[in-house]
Design a protein around this ligand. Structure first.
Ligand SMILES: Nc1ncnc2c1ncn2[C@@H]1O[C@H](COP(=O)(O)OP(=O)(O)OP(=O)(O)O)[C@@H](O)[C@H]1O
Ligand SMILES: [Mg+2]
Length: 391
């Protein structure tokens, strides 16, 4: 998402200096030298973020804050004050400014403040998707850090080509969500999508679940049963936690990938299938291969496209957008009417390590919404350990 920053300052030099830095960082900029011009840009909804100087020829920047607050959505404002004007800064924050910087402006701080404002906007955009019902159909991949954008591009190609995909990442990073997204993006969207959690089934069961069996092939197999691979014919088989499969099953899966054929347990006939295989694992497969626990040939055959989802702590700038999308989803599901979350609470969320990744973040937001009697989630609605980090 690109954002347009409105720079309100009466000094040309100051505007140029800040404007160049923002353009270098990938922002679009527009400039205003007085309150009246700033108001015009705001009325035309040209500004996503506003950098506001206080002393302007036609009045105080603070007077603009009240008017900005009336806008819907109201663009986040970062106030620029002269050195030592702490009272002004405090008043501005009360009136809804999200941050303030003192002159002379430190560019690094400035970019941090603008980046943060941009994250707030992406949170609001996610929340506002409510107005576009079509967007609610599938659980969408939220996020725009470079790693996620690259994953989405590659996922799209894999989907269109029906290629095998290996999805790795820690628990809760969204492997299953990504598998579903690949399904939605490809020609098999309305074909079967058959998930099987290899870690949840005993080895013997996995084999007969996947490949099916003939009557009498083992004790208790009284009837012929088709395997999930047959059920998935024409569609997608999602092998979740594939590292839990034993070698025999791995060999058979390799055959399915190479020859598009397999035999039922106890069967003699070859059965041909056309399936796309998506596999996922939160274990370190290369390490397992070294220990001889996972077959290299299968690994290389599976990872025609190899998608590694980064842990949440490596994509913290996606947290506001994720939170926005969770609030929206939970509002719909529970009838809650939460309209947002304070920048303070966002900062507290961003300061965490998140071992449970996106799933854990979702749970924290669910809990916060349960405890929140206001319209806006604040730091007090987060679990106690989130409040300590702010001390
Ligand atoms: N990109 C995303 N955008 C929005 N929500 C997401 C995203 N990724 C994951 N989630 C949320 O996080 C939850 C966990 O995701 P998912 O079940 O896909 O994780 P996983 O990587 O398969 O975890 P595990 O290894 O524990 O099976 C999902 O139910 C969803 O709510
Ligand atoms: Mg999973």
């Amino acid at each position: 998402m690109s954002a347009t920053v409105l720079i309100v300052d009466d000094e040309d030099m100051a505007r140029n200096f800040v404007g160049e830095a923002l353009k270098d960082a990938g922002y679009e900029t527009i400039e205003a030298g007085c309150l009246a011009d700033a108001q015009k840009a705001i009325d035309a909804s040209e500004a996503d973020v506003i950098l506001l100087d206080v002393m302007l020829p036609d009045g105080s920047g603070l007077s603009l804050l009240d008017r900005i607050a009336l806008e819907n959505p109201s663009p986040p404002v970062i106030l620029i004050t002269a050195y030592g004007e702490v009272d002004t800064a405090v008043e501005a924050m009360k009136k809804g400014a999200i941050d303030f910087l003192q002159k002379p402006v430190d560019l690094k701080r400035l970019l941090q403040a603008v980046d943060r404002a941009k994250e707030l906007i992406s949170m609001r955009r996610e929340l506002d998707l409510l107005r576009h019902p079509a967007a609610n159909q599938i659980e969408m991949i939220v996020g725009e850090t470079p790693a996620i954008l690259r994953i989405m591009r590659e996922a799209q190609r894999a989907a269109q080509a029906s290629a095998s995909v290996m999805i790795t990442g820690e628990t809760g990073t969204g492997k299953e969500v990504l598998a579903q997204a690949i399904r939605q993006m490809g020609p098999r969207a309305d074909r079967p999508f058959i998930p099987i959690n290899c870690a949840a089934l005993p080895d013997t069961m996995i084999e007969s679940e996947l490949f099916g069996h003939e009557a009498g092939s083992f004790t208790g197999a009284t009837k012929r049963k088709p395997g999930l691979i047959e059920v998935a014919d024409g569609g997608i088989l999602f092998l979740d936690e594939i590292s839990s499969t034993k070698q025999e099953v791995q060999v058979k899966l390799l055959r399915v990938l190479e020859d598009h054929a397999f035999r039922r347990v106890g069967g003699v006939n070859e059965i041909s299938v056309d399936i796309q295989i998506l596999a996922a694992s939160n274990r370190n497969l290369p390490a397992m291969m070294k220990e001889g626990k996972f077959r290299e040939d299968l690994f290389y055959r599976l990872k025609v496209v190899d998608l590694h989802l980064p842990p949440l702590r490596e994509r913290k700038s996606d947290i506001p957008a994720l939170v926005g999308s969770f609030i929206r989803q939970i509002n719909i599901r529970t009838g809650a009417l939460i309209t947002g979350i304070t920048p303070r609470a966002i900062d507290a969320l961003k300061s965490q390590y998140w071992p449970g990744n996106i799933r854990e973040l979702r749970h924290v937001i669910e809990r916060a919404m349960l405890f929140c009697d206001d319209e806006v989630i604040d730091i007090g609605h987060l679990p106690p350990e989130f409040q300590e980090t702010q001390a």
